[in-house]
Write a protein that binds this ligand. Structure first.
Ligand code: SF4
Length: 163
């Protein structure tokens, strides 16, 4: 793919820059929650994963580095991996938020650790298991939150049209 045809949309670059600014310059521990809220709003408004294709910073990083990705591997256990990661991610995120809510500096360190862990997981899985493997099989936002919201919205819309 030529440099002129970057797979990453400008909106994703903008959100990546905003995320970096909020997290690393402002040191706002709640940066990840702002992204999650934005994702939810976009899915509710547009009814499909507009956030994933055009806004998510982690999706953008994976697309930008996708040339080094392995050919996507299919293996039976892949679809079960999210049942491991999703509870661990939300368990750690919610526990640390409530534990350190009165010490924002410490909470920021924990949020940074969580975000960096997800970043490395996405990079390593893409490198060895295929393009956007993290999005397809692991993402703790997509599987338990965005997909159900998207499906429910589509179902309701279908009922309104046919009812
Ligand atoms: S699946 Fe998750 S990591 Fe991938 S683009 Fe969507 S929200 Fe981002």
């Amino acid at each position: 793919m030529s440099d002129l045809q970057s797979p990453v949309k400008w909106t994703a670059w903008a959100s990546l820059s905003a995320t970096f600014f909020l997290m690393c310059v402002v040191r706002a521990w709640w940066t990840m929650f702002v992204l999650f809220g934005l994702a939810l709003v976009l899915v509710l408004i547009f009814g499909r994963n507009r956030y994933c294709s055009s806004v998510c910073p982690l999706g953008a990083i994976q697309d930008a580095t996708g040339d080094n990705a392995a050919v996507r591997r299919r293996f039976a256990a892949a679809r079960w991996l999210k049942y491991l990661l999703v509870p661990v991610f939300w368990g750690v995120t919610i526990t640390t938020t409530f534990t350190f809510i009165d010490t924002p500096a410490q909470l920021w360190v924990w949020m940074l650790r969580i975000m960096i862990s997800m970043f490395f997981l996405a990079m390593v899985t893409q490198m060895y298991l295929g393009r956007r493997f993290f999005c397809v099989h692991l993402c703790p936002l997509r599987h338990p939150v965005l997909e159900p919201v998207r499906r429910t919205r589509r179902l309701l819309k279908g009922r309104i049209h046919h009812g």
